[in-house]
Design a protein. Structure first.
Length: 218
């Protein structure tokens, strides 16, 4: 298929990663509940591999956590979904233009592509022309002998670089994180924020609703 690589916007509903994967794999933007179940079942089935050291929480806690529709996905979930579908998942980071390739060690024969802006995942697709309906999108690409997907790979990178030039990303290292319980602020210090959040949760009845995130002024 000839055409252009386009960014297909996925709703910002805390499940963008799952629905972006659903779109590129199945042309379905409402796969999050099903894919969360897939991930929970995969993790629960192998507690030795998916240990507390690996997950950052116990296996049981993680399974309950990932089923919560308000929780975001990341690298662990993409790796599991790549293996579940039997396809590589290329995730392009706009800020760095880096491509993280999940499932590459499995030598899968096909690849799909996502784009990440620091907080949100969208889908990448090959469209026959600008403005073409999504029904004409190609989202699954054969992996060639050199382990690339041919010209589409260059087109995808060009789109990512264009988005970078437009600063279409969120620099999370310059975020101001404010605790809704004690009002302390943490600027670009994720580790300290994470430790503080754990302390707050363990000493109060507050929930995630008490944590606020705001972008620092430029």
């Amino acid at each position: 298929m000839e055409g252009i690589v386009v960014r297909r916007v996925i709703p910002s509903d805390n499940s963008c990663l799952f629905n972006a994967v659903g779109y590129v794999m199945d042309h379905d933007k409402n796969k999050a509940p099903e894919l969360r179940q897939v991930i929970a079942a995969t993790v629960a089935s192998d507690p030795e591999k998916y240990s507390e050291a690996f997950l950052g929480k116990t296996n049981e806690e993680y399974c309950a956590w990932i089923l919560n529709p308000e929780k975001w996905g990341g690298a662990i979930e993409l790796a599991i979904l790549a293996e579940y579908y039997g396809r590589e998942i290329a995730a392009y980071d706009i800020q760095t233009t880096r491509c993280d390739l999940y499932g590459q060690e499995k030598n899968f024969a096909e690849r799909v592509m996502l784009i990440y802006d620091g907080l949100h995942y969208d889908a990448l697709a090959m469209s026959p022309f600008e403005g073409a309906p999504e029904e004409f999108d190609q989202t699954i690409f054969p992996v060639q002998k050199d382990r690339t997907v041919g010209p589409v790979e260059g087109l995808a990178l060009n789109l990512v670089k264009d988005q970078q030039r437009k600063r279409s990303y969120t620099d999370t290292s310059n975020f101001t994180l404010r605790c809704g319980v004690c009002k302390l602020e943490f600027v670009g210090r994720r580790k300290q924020w994470s430790m503080h959040g754990q302390q707050v949760m363990s000493t109060s009845r507050s929930t995630d609703d008490g944590i606020y995130l705001s972008k620092s002024s430029q």
